[in-house]
Write a protein that binds this ligand. Structure first.
Ligand code: AMP
Ligand code: GLY
Length: 421
């Protein structure tokens, strides 16, 4: 099987590493890729949000399967264009990708499917903002109602801060979503969905804030771990039954079946799990931890998902133990990152590349905000943490920063799902 992966992050590097271990894979390509993916896959240049260009690349390269990493190409209709070439594509149609691309659409699907989610209100007129804020209580949750790569959300107990963020979004022409605050630990559940069949992967948790102890602004994700030692053992099955399967059924019923990876981001509250968001693709950085534990051939699972034959596949098998990934970010991230600095230790095992490129002289240099994802594994979370941070000690990038507390509270047994009352 010839597999073309679209994207250039550590998520795509992790997907390629897992695909490379599947004996069914005969050739791998990545577009546009980075310095790390270039070491294991042919590199191709393409504008990933141009459906015609991606479909042409898939045809010219004779891909048997295209795997779309990020949401923007899916929302732009890349999967539709690839499938129109008669090539299997792991990733939903543009219509189905609206589960991530439009928060209003996602809320509508959840309401129809009877899935719990935070109560919300959309504000598109600044004159209505104050009255809308009055209908909520602190902490305030203020979101951009479109794709914002995780950075459009402000959660704050300060009404003025909430108001200011909403005004910034509205001034930029973006409708604002005000949401009820969900209290409880967060979980990310990835599911392969082939239209009808839903197969969960290991639950994971990510760390969205830039600083230790969840300080500072939201980012695209600063680290993650899997599985969740504090969660009930049947969490994944329960979430499939209560959340993901009903949404998959609802989407199929609307004539827009979801085919690809459906990612439920949830808060496990005292009243039960409640959806924070759906994403229409693998999460970054959770994928780096989850796939580090996958023992089943990945290409086979992705192909079965893309071709509607998931029900015929054995359930994925997982290594025992845990995986932790820690993101190394460039100076300035999540603002404008400093780029072009040489990176020491970038070619080591367990170091996945995101914003990197190889210079003509062979040096790997930084080329984006999230630069690397360092992955450690071990028999338990504490050991996996130690492994990840030991590997991270071997990485050198001037001005870079990372969180030192990824998976720390979970490893110490400090996380619990709240109980009612
Ligand atoms: P999102 O981009 O919607 O995933 O939001 C980013 C982060 O903001 C989430 O991972 C949560 O930590 C936080 N967040 C978003 N919505 C809520 C909510 N309704 N209640 C509590 N926290 C939230
Ligand atoms: N880990 C958050 C995301 O992928 O959206």
């Amino acid at each position: 099987m010839r597999v073309l992966v679209l994207g250039s992050g550590a998520r795509e590097h992790a997907i390629l590493l897992a695909l490379a271990q599947d004996p069914a894979v005969t050739a791998l390509a990545c577009a546009p890729g980075n310095a790390g993916t270039a070491a294991i896959a042919e590199q191709r240049g393409v504008d990933v949000v141009d459906p015609v260009a991606v479909a042409a690349l898939a045809r010219d390269w004779a891909a048997d399967l295209v795997v779309v990493g990020a949401e923007a190409p899916l929302v732009a209709g890349v999967a539709d264009a690839v499938r129109a070439e008669g090539i299997a594509c792991f990733g939903p149609s543009a219509q189905a990708a609206r589960i991530e691309g439009s928060k209003a659409f996602a809320k509508d699907v959840m309401a129809a499917a009877g899935v719990a989610t935070a109560g919300c209100e959309v504000v598109d007129n600044p004159a209505h903002l104050d009255a809308a804020l009055d209908r909520f209580t602190a902490p305030y949750v203020v979101k951009d109602d479109g794709l914002a790569a995780g950075k459009g959300v402000v959660v704050t107990t300060d009404r003025d801060t909430a108001r200011a963020h909403a005004m910034t979004l509205l001034d930029g022409g973006h409708p604002v979503l005000l949401e009820e605050f969900l209290d409880g630990p967060e979980a990310s559940l990835f599911c392969f969905v082939d239209g009808a069949t839903v197969v969960p992967l290991l639950p994971a948790q990510d760390f969205k804030r830039v600083g230790d102890d969840d300080s500072g602004p939201n980012t695209g994700g600063m680290g993650a771990y899997a599985p969740l030692p504090w969660a009930p053992p049947d969490l994944a099955a329960d979430l499939v039954a209560a959340v993901v399967a009903p949404v998959a059924r609802e989407m199929a019923g609307r004539g827009t079946p979801f085919q690809g990876l459906l990612y439920a981001g949830l808060a496990l509250t005292a009243a039960g799990p409640s959806v924070i968001e759906f994403n229409c693709r693998f999460g970054d950085p959770e994928t780096q931890a989850v796939l580090a534990l996958l023992r089943s051939p990945l290409a086979r699972l992705l192909h079965a998902t893309a071709t509607g034959t998931l029900a015929d596949e054995p359930a994925p098998e997982w290594a025992s133990g845990a995986a932790v990934t820690v993101v190394v970010a460039a100076e300035g991230y999540p603002g404008t990152p400093r780029v072009g600095d040489p990176i020491g230790g970038a070619d080591a095992d367990g170091v996945l590349h995101a914003g990197t490129r190889r210079r003509d002289d062979g040096a790997v240099v930084s080329a984006g905000g999230r630069v690397l994802s360092v992955v450690g594994t071990g028999p338990d979370l504490a050991a996996a943490r130690e492994d990840a941070y030991r590997r991270l000690d071997g990485v050198h990038l001037a001005g870079s920063h990372h969180r030192t507390d990824i998976a720390l509270r979970a490893a110490r047994g400090e996380i619990a799902v709240p109980t009612p009352g």
